[in-house]
Each structure stands twice: as C-alpha cells, then as structure tokens.
Design a binder for this molecule. Structure first.
Ligand SMILES: [Zn+2]
Length: 60
C-alpha cells in the first residue's frame, strides 16, 4: 500500500500492511511526531490564570 509520512511528507509506494512504523516512514519520524504531540500537550495543559481577569478589568 501507499503511505505518506505525516512527519516528513515522504511518500512510500509499497509498504507492507504490518509495517511497524505506519503511518510513518520510519521509527525516527514516529518518535518525532510523538515528541511534537507531547510538547503540544504540555503547552495546552499550561494554566492561563490571568486571562479572564484581564478581560473583566478591560470591560469595566
Ligand atoms: Zn517520515
């Protein structure tokens, strides 16, 4: 089957169904994506405590 790596956009024309790194072209891209996902998750879970208060002050 054809596979387009979500990390590096490399296109592999003939990939086995049990290819271990699917949907990535390599274990390296798989790890890079996982790392990006974890970094993003960390950013999202960071608290933003001052934002609602600042908005209220602005409206008043
Ligand atoms: Zn790749």
């Amino acid at each position: 089957m054809k596979l387009t790596c979500p990390t590096c956009k490399n296109v592999l024309d003939d990939v086995a169904d049990d290819y271990p790194s699917r949907p990535f072209c390599s274990a390296r891209c798989k790890l890079a994506d996982l790392h990006a996902w974890l970094t993003e998750e960390y950013k999202i879970s960071e608290p933003l405590p001052l934002e609602p208060e600042d908005e209220r002050r602005h409206l008043n």
